[in-house]
Design a protein around this ligand. Structure first.
Ligand SMILES: Nc1nc2c(ncn2[C@@H]2O[C@H](COP(=O)(O)OP(=O)(O)OP(=O)(O)O)[C@@H](O)[C@H]2O)c(=O)[nH]1
Ligand SMILES: [K+]
Ligand SMILES: [Mg+2]
Length: 425
């Protein structure tokens, strides 16, 4: 195993550069540079010298003997004066020592994972934390790093292991189709409780959803004023507006941050009742799909919207004399009345805050798919009359869950994950 080193603080020049060394040669390296190992976990001032004995720097030294360290290996931290030449000279000295090399991006974290200091869910949380832009993203990521996902998965696995053991016992000690009702009730209760817990986490938005922002789709018939409202909400001329019905053909997306909250606004083709135009038909199909997957559909039609869309009904073009009366339950908007646009934004922002105000960790799409597969397996087979079917359903669910914490993470998957990290992390 190579011993790796890298600057883990920001790149020089800076007041201080923190250089980390991790691996089997860390101790010998510190001894060579500093003339001995300092007391573990105590910041100690030492003179660092190169192989010829020339002074490199006066540095603060931290020595963490493995395995109870961030990487699980012997680990040293040099707090150097952060000048470019100082850091380069120390790096040169380190690189010239046998068994030492510069770390690749994310390699310290990868070693932490390989040495069992963190699991896959925590490593993914760390990557999310580095990329977090909004406060909501940061909170979710730090909860994952703190092990919230890992602990939940461990709990679910333990419950399933208990259920599996009981099913096995029932298979061993009873006729296969002769399960006692008391046994059955106990198992059903355990399974129902398990399903409830898993479903609660599955109901939260995923990390990716949080990154995409709250999806706002503008939908309604042709010429309803969708594109005009889209532009007014974005405060720029993003979409073409004309009096011709069918102006917008494709989906138009724009990202906007309001009060620290991220939104994706989507303008759509008007939902014409009848059209011979094949292009318009495709546009309408896309509009329907966008509306069906929206967090909120701003509905610009006096007629009701399809029932399964998350509709907020508007009363568009409220400045027109024949539209002065606003029907109950509708939000009046006019593209030229900025106050009306502001009121609309307020409603949307409150909804978004309610969806994204999550206290705790979020699953990534991939983790969610695994947890969902586990839930579906338990829902389908967990209460089957055939005990062998039940047992297999539980085993399958356990395999899915184990993947979340990385029991069987592949090299390719880890390479992709650690490519998201910077060098020194
Ligand atoms: N008076 C008034 N006219 C509006 C308002 N919003 C849109 N219009 C007009 O209504 C017509 C249609 O506006 P668009 O924004 O293109 O409507 P649309 O729903 O995007 O239309 P399609 O993309 O063709 O489905 C244009 O002539 C606009 O100028 C409004 O708030 N007040
Ligand atoms: K139009
Ligand atoms: Mg339009």
């Amino acid at each position: 195993m190579d011993t790796i080193f890298a600057v883990s603080s920001g790149q020089p020049p800076a007041a201080i550069a923190v250089l980390r060394i991790s691996g089997p040669h860390a101790a010998a390296t510190v001894e060579a540079l500093a003339g001995g190992l300092p007391q573990p976990r105590r910041a100690t001032l030492r003179r660092l010298r190169d192989a010829d004995g020339a002074l490199l720097d006066d540095a603060l030294l931290l020595w963490f003997p493995g395995p109870a360290t961030a990487t699980g290996e012997d680990l040293a931290e040099l707090h150097l004066h952060g000048g470019i030449a100082t850091v380069a000279a120390v790096e040169r000295t380190l690189a010239s020592r046998p068994g030492l090399r510069r770390a690749r991006g994310g390699e310290f974290t990868r070693r932490a994972l390989e040495n069992g200091r963190i699991d896959l869910a925590q490593a993914q949380g760390l990557a999310d934390l580095l990329e977090a832009e909004s406060e909501a993203q940061r909170r979710a990521a730090i909860a994952s790093v703190d092990g919230e996902i890992s602990r939940a998965v461990a709990r679910w696995l333990a419950t399933l292991a208990g259920i599996a053991a009981r099913i096995e016992a029932m298979i061993d000690f009873s006729d296969e189709d002769d399960v006692s009702p008391a046994d059955d009730r106990q198992l059903d209760a355990a399974i129902a409780a398990w399903l409830g817990e898993v479903s609660a986490l599955l109901a939260r938005p995923t990390v990716e959803r949080l990154r995409e922002g709250y999806r706002v789709v503008l939908a309604g018939p042709p010429n309803a004023g969708k594109s005009s409202l889209f532009n007014a909400m974005l405060e720029r001329d993003a979409a073409i507006v004309t009096p011709i019905a069918g102006t917008t053909r494709d989906l138009l997306e724009a990202r906007v941050i309001r009060h620290g909250q991220l939104f994706t606004l989507i303008d759509t083709a008007g939902l014409a009742v009848e059209t011979d135009d094949p292009v318009e038909r495709i546009g309408i199909e896309r509009a329907r799909r966008a509306a069906a997957t929206a967090d909120i559909v701003l509905w610009l039609d006096d007629a009701p919207a399809p029932a399964d869309w998350p509709v907020t009904a508007l009363h568009p073009r409220s400045d027109l004399p024949d539209r002065a009366t606003v029907p109950a339950g509708r939000i009046a908007v006019s593209r030229d009345d900025l106050a009306s646009i502001d009121r609309l934004w307020q409603v949307i922002e409150e909804r978004a805050a309610a969806l994204f105000a999550i206290d705790g960790a979020l699953l990534r799409d991939q983790q969610r798919a695994a947890a969902n597969a586990a839930r579906e397996s338990i829902e389908r087979d967990g209460m089957d009359r055939d005990l062998l079917v039940r047992a297999e359903g539980v085993r399958y669910a356990m395999r899915q869950l184990a993947g979340i914490v990385g029991a069987d993470a592949t090299e390719t998957m880890l390479d992709a994950l650690f490519a998201r990290f910077c060098i020194g992390k």
